[in-house]
Design a protein around this ligand. Structure first.
Ligand code: RIB
Length: 315
């Protein structure tokens, strides 16, 4: 068992989902109505919330996870797994007569995927259960959320963090049309290109040239800074003062599931630790790229040491 993160470690609270990922490895992703054979079926721990929690913990953060699992064998196994990762699991509820969330994932030979999520216990996370964890959120160095659990729970966590001046990082995935943009202050929003275009209604290709228009969209939504991840291409960063691109590692991906989660967890851990923004993005890019080198979201998420070693290759 790993020792729990040191008490002086930056504190990160993650509000989000925990899934059991069933991963089918296929030659080509099936088209609508098509049946394709799989060469293998893997069972792995996943869910955007827990993936990001594991990524942050491996960077050395003291992570508390707020979420729900079923009161089934998968839920018990997931808790034990997170404890081995040094994550505080006391704020993870066990929901009676409800299965742990499950994701059905197909991954092709190029490492591309499609994912179907059955929410299960994730759908039972409430604003009240989040409010019960107010003290932990108020004392965090950063709050990290996604949109794979009920919005009321996410919004409540953000409200508590905003009230205590705790920076909020949001990875708004999967995208939801009913997210109340502008109601909360967001320190950083992390999206991919498609999500950025849908949220802000502007083409990402324009970001460096149309910074005034993009900054106006961010201000309307009370977002201080935006990060747009683009797979093998440099990550685009927009703050109130600057717009710049941060390169990523050149690798041959095996499975891209969880790369965005590794990025979000690593960035947030380093933000909570006090790293400068461009450096935190650089390290997050490394962690995201390295995560694609093995099947499964969490299997290849790098330790702090490996992330820093690979980061040297970017200078
Ligand atoms: O971001 C990857 C994750 O999305 C997978 O682990 C799966 O569980 C889904 O939540």
């Amino acid at each position: 068992m790993k020792s729990p993160a040191h008490s002086a470690a930056p504190r990160v609270v993650v509000v989000g989902s925990l899934n059991l990922d069933l991963i089918a490895q296929v030659e080509q992703l099936p088209a609508a109505g098509e049946t394709v054979p799989a060469s293998d079926l893997l069972r792995r721990f996943g869910g955007k919330g827990a993936n990001q929690a594991v990524a942050a913990a491996r960077q050395g953060a003291a992570v508390t996870m707020i979420g729900c699992v079923g009161d089934d064998a998968d839920g018990t196994a997931y808790r034990e797994h997170l404890v081995r990762e040094g994550i505080n699991t006391r704020a993870i509820g066990s929901i009676p007569r409800t299965p742990t969330g499950t994701a059905l994932i197909a991954v092709d030979r190029q490492g591309q995927n499609n994912i179907v999520v059955i929410a299960g216990a994730n759908a039972r996370l409430t604003a009240v259960s989040v409010r019960n964890q107010s003290a932990i959120i108020r004392h965090a160095g950063a709050l990290l959320a996604q949109l794979e659990v009920p919005l009321a729970a996410v919004v409540e966590a953000m409200r508590i963090a905003n009230g205590a001046g705790v920076p909020v990082v949001l990875n708004p995935s999967p995208l939801r049309s009913d997210f109340p943009w502008g109601r909360m202050t967001l320190h950083t929003v992390i999206t991919n290109e498609l999500e950025a275009q849908r949220i802000f209604g502007l083409p990402v290709g324009n970001l460096a040239r149309a910074t005034v228009a993009w900054r106006r969209k961010l201000a309307e939504r009370r977002i201080a800074q935006l990060l747009v991840t683009r797979g093998a291409q440099a990550t685009l960063c927009l703050t109130a003062e600057k717009c710049f691109a941060v390169p990523t590692l050149r690798i041959r991906p095996v499975d891209t599931v969880g790369a965005g989660d590794a990025f979000a967890g690593t960035f947030t851990a380093r933000l909570a630790e006090g790293f400068a923004f461009p450096e935190a993005v650089m390290l997050a890019n490394c962690a995201g790229a390295l995560t694609t080198l093995k099947p499964g979201a969490q299997a290849a998420m790098p330790s702090r040491w490996v992330t820093q070693r690979e980061r040297i290759r970017l200078t």
